[in-house]
Design a protein around this ligand. Structure first.
Ligand code: DOR
Length: 425
Protein backbone atom coordinates (compact mmCIF):
# COMPACT_ATOMS: atom_id res chain seq x y z
CA UNK A 1 0.00 0.00 0.00
CA UNK A 2 1.38 3.38 -0.92
CA UNK A 3 0.72 7.08 -0.42
CA UNK A 4 1.62 9.83 -2.84
CA UNK A 5 1.96 13.39 -1.54
CA UNK A 6 1.64 15.70 -4.54
CA UNK A 7 3.09 19.14 -5.11
CA UNK A 8 4.13 20.23 -1.64
CA UNK A 9 6.86 22.81 -1.07
CA UNK A 10 9.56 20.71 0.58
CA UNK A 11 11.53 22.02 3.51
CA UNK A 12 13.99 19.72 5.07
CA UNK A 13 16.14 20.50 8.09
CA UNK A 14 19.18 18.87 6.50
CA UNK A 15 19.33 19.68 2.81
CA UNK A 16 16.83 22.37 2.01
CA UNK A 17 14.95 21.64 -1.13
CA UNK A 18 12.59 24.57 -1.23
CA UNK A 19 10.64 23.62 -4.31
CA UNK A 20 7.42 21.75 -5.03
CA UNK A 21 7.98 18.01 -5.15
CA UNK A 22 6.06 14.78 -4.87
CA UNK A 23 6.87 12.17 -2.25
CA UNK A 24 6.05 8.51 -2.70
CA UNK A 25 5.67 6.37 0.40
CA UNK A 26 5.70 2.59 0.37
CA UNK A 27 6.10 0.12 3.21
CA UNK A 28 6.34 2.94 5.75
CA UNK A 29 9.39 4.50 4.06
CA UNK A 30 9.97 7.29 1.57
CA UNK A 31 10.72 5.48 -1.69
CA UNK A 32 10.89 8.40 -4.08
CA UNK A 33 11.12 12.20 -4.08
CA UNK A 34 10.74 13.90 -7.44
CA UNK A 35 8.67 15.89 -9.87
CA UNK A 36 5.56 14.49 -11.50
CA UNK A 37 5.67 11.12 -9.77
CA UNK A 38 2.75 8.95 -10.69
CA UNK A 39 0.87 6.82 -8.21
CA UNK A 40 1.71 3.15 -8.56
CA UNK A 41 -0.98 0.44 -8.72
CA UNK A 42 -0.68 0.00 -4.93
CA UNK A 43 -1.27 3.66 -4.17
CA UNK A 44 -4.19 3.84 -1.75
CA UNK A 45 -3.99 7.53 -1.02
CA UNK A 46 -3.27 10.62 -3.04
CA UNK A 47 -2.68 13.70 -0.91
CA UNK A 48 -2.86 17.10 -2.56
CA UNK A 49 -0.23 19.26 -0.87
CA UNK A 50 -0.21 22.17 -3.30
CA UNK A 51 0.31 25.52 -1.53
CA UNK A 52 1.34 23.57 1.56
CA UNK A 53 4.74 22.91 3.09
CA UNK A 54 6.00 19.37 3.60
CA UNK A 55 8.50 18.96 6.43
CA UNK A 56 10.01 16.09 8.40
CA UNK A 57 7.82 15.02 11.32
CA UNK A 58 8.68 17.10 14.38
CA UNK A 59 10.74 15.57 17.19
CA UNK A 60 10.18 16.50 20.83
CA UNK A 61 13.00 15.65 23.19
CA UNK A 62 10.97 16.67 26.25
CA UNK A 63 7.41 15.38 26.78
CA UNK A 64 5.72 14.48 30.05
CA UNK A 65 3.41 11.58 29.19
CA UNK A 66 2.12 10.97 32.77
CA UNK A 67 1.51 7.24 32.21
CA UNK A 68 2.01 5.19 34.33
CA UNK A 69 0.45 6.73 37.40
CA UNK A 70 -1.18 9.98 36.42
CA UNK A 71 -3.47 8.90 33.60
CA UNK A 72 -6.07 11.46 34.71
CA UNK A 73 -3.63 14.14 33.47
CA UNK A 74 -2.56 12.35 30.28
CA UNK A 75 -1.93 8.85 29.01
CA UNK A 76 0.20 7.41 26.27
CA UNK A 77 -2.67 7.26 23.80
CA UNK A 78 -3.81 10.85 24.41
CA UNK A 79 -0.27 12.22 24.36
CA UNK A 80 0.37 10.36 21.10
CA UNK A 81 -2.75 11.90 19.56
CA UNK A 82 -1.72 15.36 20.83
CA UNK A 83 1.74 14.88 19.36
CA UNK A 84 0.34 13.89 15.97
CA UNK A 85 -2.03 16.90 16.00
CA UNK A 86 0.97 19.12 16.71
CA UNK A 87 2.97 17.68 13.80
CA UNK A 88 5.22 15.54 16.01
CA UNK A 89 6.11 12.00 14.98
CA UNK A 90 8.69 11.26 17.69
CA UNK A 91 8.48 12.21 21.36
CA UNK A 92 10.81 11.43 24.26
CA UNK A 93 9.05 10.78 27.52
CA UNK A 94 10.37 12.16 30.79
CA UNK A 95 10.62 9.65 33.64
CA UNK A 96 8.65 11.53 36.33
CA UNK A 97 5.77 9.08 36.21
CA UNK A 98 4.45 6.98 39.13
CA UNK A 99 6.44 4.79 39.48
CA UNK A 100 9.39 6.75 38.13
CA UNK A 101 10.99 5.21 35.04
CA UNK A 102 14.11 4.13 36.90
CA UNK A 103 14.08 0.45 35.91
CA UNK A 104 13.54 -1.94 33.04
CA UNK A 105 9.95 -2.83 33.96
CA UNK A 106 8.70 0.73 33.64
CA UNK A 107 10.64 1.32 30.41
CA UNK A 108 9.20 -1.86 28.90
CA UNK A 109 5.71 -0.90 30.04
CA UNK A 110 5.97 2.50 28.32
CA UNK A 111 7.29 0.93 25.14
CA UNK A 112 4.53 -1.65 25.03
CA UNK A 113 1.83 0.98 25.64
CA UNK A 114 3.39 3.09 22.89
CA UNK A 115 3.20 0.12 20.50
CA UNK A 116 -0.44 -0.45 21.45
CA UNK A 117 -1.28 3.19 20.79
CA UNK A 118 0.66 2.87 17.53
CA UNK A 119 0.47 6.55 16.65
CA UNK A 120 3.93 8.11 16.98
CA UNK A 121 7.39 6.90 17.99
CA UNK A 122 7.89 7.12 21.74
CA UNK A 123 11.43 7.04 23.11
CA UNK A 124 11.52 6.64 26.90
CA UNK A 125 14.05 8.60 28.96
CA UNK A 126 15.20 6.82 32.12
CA UNK A 127 15.91 8.39 35.50
CA UNK A 128 19.41 9.27 36.69
CA UNK A 129 18.64 8.34 40.28
CA UNK A 130 16.26 5.90 41.93
CA UNK A 131 12.84 7.48 42.22
CA UNK A 132 14.50 10.68 40.92
CA UNK A 133 15.30 11.29 44.58
CA UNK A 134 18.85 12.40 43.76
CA UNK A 135 20.46 10.02 46.25
CA UNK A 136 21.27 6.66 44.68
CA UNK A 137 21.96 6.04 41.00
CA UNK A 138 19.31 4.18 39.01
CA UNK A 139 20.29 0.98 37.17
CA UNK A 140 21.55 2.95 34.21
CA UNK A 141 22.89 -0.06 32.27
CA UNK A 142 19.55 -1.82 32.69
CA UNK A 143 17.71 1.26 31.43
CA UNK A 144 20.02 1.34 28.42
CA UNK A 145 19.38 -2.34 27.68
CA UNK A 146 15.63 -1.76 27.97
CA UNK A 147 15.78 0.98 25.33
CA UNK A 148 16.48 4.30 27.04
CA UNK A 149 18.92 6.42 25.08
CA UNK A 150 19.01 9.23 27.62
CA UNK A 151 18.71 9.74 31.37
CA UNK A 152 17.26 12.65 33.32
CA UNK A 153 15.66 13.41 36.67
CA UNK A 154 13.64 16.14 34.94
CA UNK A 155 11.11 17.78 37.19
CA UNK A 156 13.78 17.72 39.87
CA UNK A 157 17.46 18.55 39.96
CA UNK A 158 20.23 16.15 40.98
CA UNK A 159 21.39 18.37 43.82
CA UNK A 160 24.33 16.23 44.92
CA UNK A 161 27.22 17.01 42.56
CA UNK A 162 28.96 13.73 43.33
CA UNK A 163 25.84 11.75 42.39
CA UNK A 164 25.55 13.77 39.16
CA UNK A 165 29.20 13.13 38.39
CA UNK A 166 28.77 9.36 38.80
CA UNK A 167 25.60 9.41 36.72
CA UNK A 168 27.48 11.18 33.94
CA UNK A 169 30.30 8.64 34.11
CA UNK A 170 27.86 5.73 33.77
CA UNK A 171 26.05 7.47 30.93
CA UNK A 172 29.29 8.09 29.09
CA UNK A 173 30.04 4.36 29.26
CA UNK A 174 26.87 3.67 27.29
CA UNK A 175 27.10 6.85 25.21
CA UNK A 176 23.77 7.91 26.72
CA UNK A 177 22.74 11.54 26.77
CA UNK A 178 22.37 13.16 30.21
CA UNK A 179 19.53 15.69 30.25
CA UNK A 180 19.79 18.11 33.12
CA UNK A 181 16.94 19.88 34.84
CA UNK A 182 18.97 22.88 35.97
CA UNK A 183 17.61 24.11 39.28
CA UNK A 184 19.31 24.72 42.58
CA UNK A 185 16.55 23.55 44.90
CA UNK A 186 17.80 25.69 47.77
CA UNK A 187 17.75 28.86 45.71
CA UNK A 188 14.34 28.04 44.22
CA UNK A 189 12.81 26.71 47.44
CA UNK A 190 9.24 27.89 47.91
CA UNK A 191 9.32 29.93 44.71
CA UNK A 192 6.41 29.93 42.28
CA UNK A 193 7.39 32.58 39.69
CA UNK A 194 10.38 34.65 38.57
CA UNK A 195 11.89 36.74 41.35
CA UNK A 196 11.57 40.46 40.69
CA UNK A 197 9.29 43.46 40.83
CA UNK A 198 6.24 41.52 39.63
CA UNK A 199 6.64 38.73 42.20
CA UNK A 200 6.99 41.39 44.88
CA UNK A 201 3.88 43.22 43.71
CA UNK A 202 1.87 40.00 43.50
CA UNK A 203 3.13 38.82 46.89
CA UNK A 204 4.43 35.59 45.40
CA UNK A 205 7.68 33.92 46.36
CA UNK A 206 10.25 34.31 43.58
CA UNK A 207 12.74 31.98 41.89
CA UNK A 208 15.93 33.90 41.00
CA UNK A 209 17.58 33.33 37.60
CA UNK A 210 20.67 32.16 39.50
CA UNK A 211 18.75 29.06 40.62
CA UNK A 212 19.03 27.89 37.00
CA UNK A 213 22.40 29.42 36.11
CA UNK A 214 24.32 27.91 39.05
CA UNK A 215 23.33 24.44 37.86
CA UNK A 216 23.94 25.20 34.17
CA UNK A 217 27.49 26.14 35.14
CA UNK A 218 27.93 23.15 37.45
CA UNK A 219 26.73 20.61 34.94
CA UNK A 220 28.88 22.08 32.17
CA UNK A 221 31.90 21.76 34.47
CA UNK A 222 30.97 18.17 35.33
CA UNK A 223 30.39 17.28 31.68
CA UNK A 224 33.74 18.76 30.79
CA UNK A 225 35.36 16.70 33.54
CA UNK A 226 33.57 13.41 32.83
CA UNK A 227 33.34 13.70 29.04
CA UNK A 228 29.64 12.82 28.94
CA UNK A 229 27.19 14.26 26.41
CA UNK A 230 25.16 16.82 28.32
CA UNK A 231 21.87 18.35 27.22
CA UNK A 232 20.40 21.24 29.21
CA UNK A 233 16.61 21.28 29.45
CA UNK A 234 14.26 24.27 29.32
CA UNK A 235 16.75 27.17 29.25
CA UNK A 236 15.03 30.36 30.39
CA UNK A 237 17.57 33.02 31.39
CA UNK A 238 20.04 35.36 29.68
CA UNK A 239 22.73 34.19 32.10
CA UNK A 240 22.27 30.55 31.08
CA UNK A 241 22.53 31.48 27.41
CA UNK A 242 25.78 33.36 28.12
CA UNK A 243 27.30 30.44 30.05
CA UNK A 244 26.34 27.90 27.35
CA UNK A 245 27.72 30.14 24.60
CA UNK A 246 31.04 30.34 26.40
CA UNK A 247 31.12 26.56 26.99
CA UNK A 248 30.41 25.85 23.32
CA UNK A 249 33.14 28.26 22.25
CA UNK A 250 35.51 26.05 24.26
CA UNK A 251 34.31 22.95 22.43
CA UNK A 252 32.49 21.28 25.32
CA UNK A 253 29.94 18.64 24.23
CA UNK A 254 26.92 20.48 25.57
CA UNK A 255 23.59 21.09 23.85
CA UNK A 256 20.56 23.02 25.03
CA UNK A 257 16.86 23.45 24.47
CA UNK A 258 14.30 26.05 25.28
CA UNK A 259 10.50 25.80 25.15
CA UNK A 260 8.09 28.06 23.25
CA UNK A 261 6.81 29.74 26.41
CA UNK A 262 10.29 31.12 27.12
CA UNK A 263 10.52 32.86 23.76
CA UNK A 264 6.84 33.82 23.47
CA UNK A 265 5.96 34.97 27.00
CA UNK A 266 7.39 36.91 29.92
CA UNK A 267 6.64 36.91 33.64
CA UNK A 268 3.92 39.47 32.91
CA UNK A 269 1.72 36.53 31.90
CA UNK A 270 1.50 35.69 35.61
CA UNK A 271 -0.26 39.01 36.40
CA UNK A 272 -3.82 38.16 37.31
CA UNK A 273 -2.49 35.01 38.97
CA UNK A 274 -3.03 32.90 35.86
CA UNK A 275 -1.95 29.43 36.98
CA UNK A 276 -1.68 28.37 33.34
CA UNK A 277 1.41 30.59 33.25
CA UNK A 278 2.92 28.78 36.25
CA UNK A 279 5.80 26.73 34.94
CA UNK A 280 9.18 25.59 36.13
CA UNK A 281 11.59 27.21 35.37
CA UNK A 282 9.36 30.28 35.54
CA UNK A 283 8.62 32.73 32.76
CA UNK A 284 11.28 35.43 32.94
CA UNK A 285 11.81 39.07 31.92
CA UNK A 286 11.77 40.59 28.44
CA UNK A 287 15.59 40.74 28.56
CA UNK A 288 15.73 37.00 29.19
CA UNK A 289 13.23 36.39 26.41
CA UNK A 290 15.38 38.41 24.00
CA UNK A 291 18.49 36.46 25.03
CA UNK A 292 16.70 33.13 24.54
CA UNK A 293 15.62 34.26 21.05
CA UNK A 294 19.18 35.33 20.23
CA UNK A 295 20.47 32.00 21.59
CA UNK A 296 18.09 30.15 19.31
CA UNK A 297 19.11 32.30 16.36
CA UNK A 298 22.88 31.88 16.77
CA UNK A 299 22.69 28.17 17.67
CA UNK A 300 23.71 28.50 21.33
CA UNK A 301 20.34 26.92 22.02
CA UNK A 302 20.22 23.98 19.63
CA UNK A 303 16.56 23.16 19.60
CA UNK A 304 13.01 23.79 20.68
CA UNK A 305 11.34 21.26 22.97
CA UNK A 306 7.79 21.45 24.22
CA UNK A 307 8.23 20.51 27.91
CA UNK A 308 4.63 19.36 27.42
CA UNK A 309 3.41 19.15 31.03
CA UNK A 310 -0.33 18.38 31.10
CA UNK A 311 -2.28 18.81 34.32
CA UNK A 312 -5.95 18.36 35.20
CA UNK A 313 -8.20 21.41 35.17
CA UNK A 314 -9.05 21.07 38.86
CA UNK A 315 -5.35 21.07 39.77
CA UNK A 316 -4.73 24.30 37.87
CA UNK A 317 -7.84 25.87 39.39
CA UNK A 318 -6.13 26.02 42.79
CA UNK A 319 -4.51 29.14 44.24
CA UNK A 320 -1.32 30.18 42.44
CA UNK A 321 0.88 28.89 45.26
CA UNK A 322 -0.82 25.51 45.25
CA UNK A 323 -1.23 24.80 41.54
CA UNK A 324 1.29 22.49 39.84
CA UNK A 325 3.93 23.81 37.42
CA UNK A 326 3.49 23.08 33.73
CA UNK A 327 2.10 23.97 30.31
CA UNK A 328 0.41 21.67 27.79
CA UNK A 329 2.61 22.41 24.78
CA UNK A 330 2.47 19.83 22.00
CA UNK A 331 -0.35 21.44 20.05
CA UNK A 332 0.95 25.02 20.01
CA UNK A 333 4.73 24.52 19.60
CA UNK A 334 4.84 24.67 15.80
CA UNK A 335 2.71 27.81 15.45
CA UNK A 336 4.64 29.61 18.20
CA UNK A 337 7.92 28.67 16.52
CA UNK A 338 6.61 29.97 13.20
CA UNK A 339 5.94 33.20 15.08
CA UNK A 340 9.73 33.60 15.39
CA UNK A 341 9.94 33.54 11.59
CA UNK A 342 7.30 36.30 11.43
CA UNK A 343 9.35 38.25 13.99
CA UNK A 344 12.44 37.96 11.77
CA UNK A 345 14.48 35.89 14.24
CA UNK A 346 15.36 33.27 11.65
CA UNK A 347 14.26 31.73 8.37
CA UNK A 348 11.55 29.12 7.95
CA UNK A 349 14.23 26.51 7.21
CA UNK A 350 16.07 27.39 10.41
CA UNK A 351 12.86 27.27 12.43
CA UNK A 352 12.04 23.79 11.12
CA UNK A 353 15.57 22.55 11.83
CA UNK A 354 15.15 23.49 15.52
CA UNK A 355 12.21 21.06 15.68
CA UNK A 356 13.52 18.27 13.44
CA UNK A 357 17.13 17.59 12.51
CA UNK A 358 18.62 19.35 15.53
CA UNK A 359 16.79 17.24 18.15
CA UNK A 360 17.51 14.15 16.01
CA UNK A 361 21.24 14.94 16.08
CA UNK A 362 21.23 15.54 19.84
CA UNK A 363 19.44 12.24 20.36
CA UNK A 364 21.62 10.44 17.82
CA UNK A 365 18.66 9.06 15.86
CA UNK A 366 18.35 8.72 12.10
CA UNK A 367 15.28 10.93 11.74
CA UNK A 368 14.43 14.57 11.19
CA UNK A 369 15.07 14.82 7.44
CA UNK A 370 13.40 13.82 4.19
CA UNK A 371 15.23 11.40 1.92
CA UNK A 372 14.67 8.19 0.04
CA UNK A 373 14.94 5.24 2.43
CA UNK A 374 14.06 7.01 5.67
CA UNK A 375 10.91 6.40 7.75
CA UNK A 376 7.97 8.30 6.27
CA UNK A 377 7.60 10.62 9.29
CA UNK A 378 6.17 13.74 7.71
CA UNK A 379 4.13 16.81 8.63
CA UNK A 380 2.23 18.79 6.02
CA UNK A 381 1.67 22.32 7.19
CA UNK A 382 -0.37 25.26 6.05
CA UNK A 383 1.69 28.40 6.64
CA UNK A 384 -1.08 30.88 5.90
CA UNK A 385 -3.78 29.35 8.05
CA UNK A 386 -4.71 31.63 10.95
CA UNK A 387 -6.36 30.08 13.98
CA UNK A 388 -7.22 30.89 17.57
CA UNK A 389 -5.78 28.66 20.28
CA UNK A 390 -8.65 26.91 22.05
CA UNK A 391 -7.36 24.38 24.61
CA UNK A 392 -10.82 22.77 24.79
CA UNK A 393 -10.03 21.43 21.31
CA UNK A 394 -6.64 19.95 22.25
CA UNK A 395 -6.25 16.19 21.80
CA UNK A 396 -4.19 16.32 24.97
CA UNK A 397 -6.07 15.82 28.23
CA UNK A 398 -4.05 18.80 29.49
CA UNK A 399 -5.95 21.99 28.68
CA UNK A 400 -3.50 24.09 30.69
CA UNK A 401 -2.26 26.62 28.17
CA UNK A 402 -1.41 30.29 28.73
CA UNK A 403 -1.89 30.75 24.97
CA UNK A 404 -5.67 30.30 25.05
CA UNK A 405 -7.23 32.94 22.81
CA UNK A 406 -3.97 33.73 20.99
CA UNK A 407 -4.32 34.30 17.28
CA UNK A 408 -1.53 32.33 15.62
CA UNK A 409 -0.49 31.62 12.06
CA UNK A 410 0.48 28.27 10.57
CA UNK A 411 -1.22 24.99 11.30
CA UNK A 412 -0.76 21.27 10.85
CA UNK A 413 -2.76 19.96 7.90
CA UNK A 414 -1.69 16.33 8.13
CA UNK A 415 0.82 14.17 10.00
CA UNK A 416 2.17 10.84 8.77
CA UNK A 417 4.18 8.58 11.04
CA UNK A 418 5.87 5.51 9.61
CA UNK A 419 3.89 6.07 6.42
CA UNK A 420 0.50 6.09 8.10
CA UNK A 421 -1.79 9.10 8.38
CA UNK A 422 -1.99 9.74 12.14
CA UNK A 423 -3.58 13.18 12.02
CA UNK A 424 -5.66 14.95 9.41
CA UNK A 425 -7.34 18.31 9.90
O1 DOR B 1 6.70 23.13 34.66
C1 DOR B 1 7.16 22.00 34.77
N1 DOR B 1 6.36 20.92 34.79
N2 DOR B 1 8.48 21.86 34.88
C2 DOR B 1 9.06 20.67 35.16
O2 DOR B 1 10.26 20.62 35.25
C3 DOR B 1 8.22 19.48 35.38
C4 DOR B 1 6.91 19.61 34.71
C5 DOR B 1 5.89 18.59 35.15
O3 DOR B 1 6.23 17.40 35.21
O4 DOR B 1 4.75 18.96 35.41
Amino acid sequence: MGILIKGGYLIDGKAKMGEAYDILIEGGKITSIGKDLSPGPDCENLIDATRKVVIPGLIDIHTHTREPGYEYKEDIRSVSAAAAAGGFTTICTMPNTRPVNDNRTVTEFIRSRAREAGIVTILPIGAITKGSQGVELAEIGELYDAGCMAISDDGRPVMNSEVMRRGMEYARGFDMLVISHCEDANLSSGGVMNEGIISTRLGLHGIPPAAEEVMVARDILLAEYTGCRLHLAHISTAGSVRIIREAKSRGIAVTAETAPHYFALTEEAVEGYDTNAKVNPPLRTSLDMAAVREGLRDGTIDLIATDHAPHALEEKELEFDQAPFGISGLETALSLTLGLVEDGIFSLEEAISRLTINPARVLGIDKGYLAVGVDADIAIIDLDDRWVVDPARFRSKGKNSPFAGWKVKGSVFMTLAGGRIVFSR
